[in-house]
Design a protein around this ligand. Structure first.
Ligand code: AP5
Ligand code: MG
Ligand code: ZN
Length: 214
């Protein structure tokens, strides 16, 4: 099963993608996580990506597309995957369609996690991310067992550099301009499924499971 997660920054794409990956035993592929891992390791790719990410801009397609195509050609992707944060532009979607088409396969679902802008700022300010494994929490909605410590690996939690309110506002406007058109794109292909992302994490997941299993 090949699944794409769509939705504004902070809509809960990552949260739900992890649950899908666990449930269906397919890899969770987040271009944002790949970039952040490169930033932590101070690779040239990480340094270049950081200059865009810190401003809330998109990393250029040329760079992003290459990383994604590399990743989905891995052996562990042969039974499918859940993409989180890719595609973010129409050209990125077209590249993915072509790559999948060449294997005589197709994307099964584009799940749009719908959350209005008003809710987003609050979610982002409460988000905490692990400095080591990238796992994500929310101080109010998904608190770690021990304050500021990752449940999974025990490393400290921090506020992501791009979660400052000014940057979040820019990420939202970039989303509406460049990424939201993908909703129409996948609607026309007949694979768009929208869920109400303002519900509680487990309710959203139950709705997604219903869609994937119907
Ligand atoms: P990326 O890492 O993809 O960030 P994003 O799209 O801005 O989304 P987030 O990760 O911020 O939010 P999310 O939807 O995953 O929400 P989460 O589950 O964490 O990209 C970062 C940057 O990298 C981009 O700005 C860009 O520069 C670059 N980039 C990445 N991919 C790219 C691409 N393809 N092309 C170009 N550039 C690219 O949830 C948010 C918070 O809310 C958490 O604290 C969570 O605990 C909480 N929460 C989740 N669900 C719920 C719920 N139902 N109720 C209450 N709280 C909830
Ligand atoms: Mg995410
Ligand atoms: Zn961790």
């Amino acid at each position: 099963m090949k699944i794409i997660m769509l939705g504004a920054p902070g809509a809960g794409k990552g949260t739900q993608a992890k649950k899908i990956a666990d449930q269906y035993q397919i890899p969770h592929i987040s271009t944002g996580d790949i970039f952040r891992a490169n930033i932590r390791e101070k690779t040239p790719l990480g340094m270049e990506a950081k200059s865009y990410m810190d401003k809330g801009e998109l990393v250029p397609d040329e760079l992003t597309v290459k990383i994604l195509l590399d990743r989905v050609s891995n052996e562990d992707c042969k039974n499918g995957y859940v993409l989180d944060g890719y595609p973010r532009t129409i050209p990125q979607a077209e590249v993915l369609d072509r790559a999948v088409g060449e294997l005589n396969e197709r994307i099964d679902f584009a799940v749009n996690v719908d959350v209005p802008d008003e809710n987003i700022i609050k979610r982002m300010s409460g988000r905490r991310a692990c400095t080591k494994c990238g796992d994500t929490y929310h101080i109010e909605y998904m608190p770690p067992k021990k304050e500021n410590v990752c449940d999974k690996c025990g490393s400290p939690l921090i506020i992501r550099d791009d979660d400052k309110p000014e940057t979040v506002k820019n990420r939202l406007s970039v989303y509406h301009e460049q990424t939201a058109p993908l909703i129409d794109y996948y609607e026309k292909k007949g694979i768009l499924k929208t869920v109400d992302g303002t519900k509680d994490v487990n309710e959203v997941f139950a709705d997604i499971k219903n869609i994937l299993e119907s």
